[in-house]
Design a protein around this ligand. Structure first.
Ligand SMILES: *Cc1c(COP(=O)(O)O)cnc(C)c1O
Length: 350
């Protein structure tokens, strides 16, 4: 089956003429340009000018670090904006559908609802792997997006590489691989395989490993053709100047980023080992992310007890296949120590 991008773009988007902003039209011709084109306040305070709508400096740094062309990058106000742009570019409300593989990140389903797009939920197998037969049966010509979260939130595992390759080769819409946690995993990013798969979209974020959740920067990597479709519909100034500056500084400090990732991965292993001593923890799921999913005897009770002791975790018990589970983010050494102490005390109190 050959993938054809033109078959999956919404009609209104493919014929759309995008908004042309004042800063789009200007081409730098010298240092002494006078900008009287955008009705800005001319008094310089560092943020009086509109930001670069193409985020050139930031994209150039990201392209170098990730080994892609700048033309394969789209940036958004968090991954959430990038995901929303995918719905708006490719899914006709009330007609098309997307496929999600629960238990997984809740935002895919929320965005489907916001955009009035059906969400076909095909649960993972008990080993938390995609069910290929179910995907084959569920897809049709109105299947536009399939979301793969790997490492998966909330289960923490990576999906089998051959299964993802099968999905890429057999799904007739876009396969969106959300790599929010890829920096904590032991395998390379799917970004390295963009040339092989014209229907591959990879999403990353600065909110986790890069330590910049407040900055709000989501990264989308795809073919130039897909990126161009998303560029047509993105708000011109969706990534503000403060975000562009702070993100650039943070990304360029690779030493800090890599040191922190290494430390969090070591802490993850240490925490998983210590959790083995807590008798009411029934299962510790292996993790390739910066959190650990555990199954306990009574998740509501243990959640409440942790809260009473000043520790907030995430109760994932209402999710498919996740009965009585809690998701624990790996914190600092101190925070993890406190978590283990509190769990130990709760255990001793019965
Ligand atoms: C945390 C997380 C994100 C990050 O979203 P942002 O909007 O970039 O902060 C994306 N996907 C998954 C699966 C996540 O867990």
């Amino acid at each position: 089956m050959t993938f054809n991008l033109n078959n999956i773009i919404r009609k209104n988007v493919s014929t759309l003429k995008p908004y042309s902003s004042a800063r789009d039209e200007y081409v730098a011709t010298g240092a002494n340009m006078v900008f009287l084109d955008a009705n800005e306040n001319p008094n310089n305070n560092g943020v009086n000018r509109y930001p670069d709508p193409h985020q050139r400096s930031l994209k150039s740094a990201i392209a170098d670090i990730k080994g892609v062309s700048q033309k394969q990058i789209l940036l958004g106000n968090g991954s959430d904006e990038v995901l929303d742009l995918l719905f708006r570019a490719f899914c006709e409300p009330g007609k098309d559908h997307v496929i999600t593989l629960p238990p997984t990140y809740g935002m895919y389903g929320v965005l489907a609802n916001i955009n009035a797009v059906e969400n076909r939920q095909l649960p993972l197998t008990p080993e938390f792997q995609p069910n290929l037969e179910a995907i084959e049966k569920a897809q049709s010509s109105s299947s536009k997006l399939l979301f793969i979260c790997s490492p998966n939130n909330p289960t923490g595992n990576l999906f089998n590489q051959a299964k993802i390759e099968w999905i890429l080769a057999n799904f007739n819409g876009l396969v969106v691989i959300d790599e929010a946690y890829i920096d904590f995993a032991d395998i390379p990013s799917w970004v390295t395989r963009l040339q092989e798969f014209p229907n591959l979209v990879v999403i990353q974020t600065l909110s986790k490993a890069y330590g910049m959740a407040a900055v709000r920067l989501g990264l989308c990597f795809a073919s130039e053709a897909i990126v161009n479709v998303l560029k047509k519909i993105k708000p011109p100034y969706n990534v503000n100047e403060l975000t562009q500056q702070r993100a650039l500084t943070g990304i360029l400090d690779q030493q800090t980023v890599q040191e922190q990732i290494g430390e969090l991965v070591r802490q993850r292993t240490a925490l998983a080992n210590q959790l083995k001593g807590i008798s009411f923890i029934r299962k510790i799921y292996p993790s390739e992310a910066n959190f650990i999913l555990i199954k306990v005897d009574d998740a509501d009770l243990r959640y409440r007890q942790l809260m009473e002791n000043g520790i907030v975790v995430r109760n994932r018990s209402t999710q498919t296949l996740c009965e009585n589970t809690l998701r624990l983010t790996v914190g600092t050494t101190q925070e993890n120590k406190k978590l283990v102490n509190v769990l130990t005390n709760i255990m001793k109190d019965g």
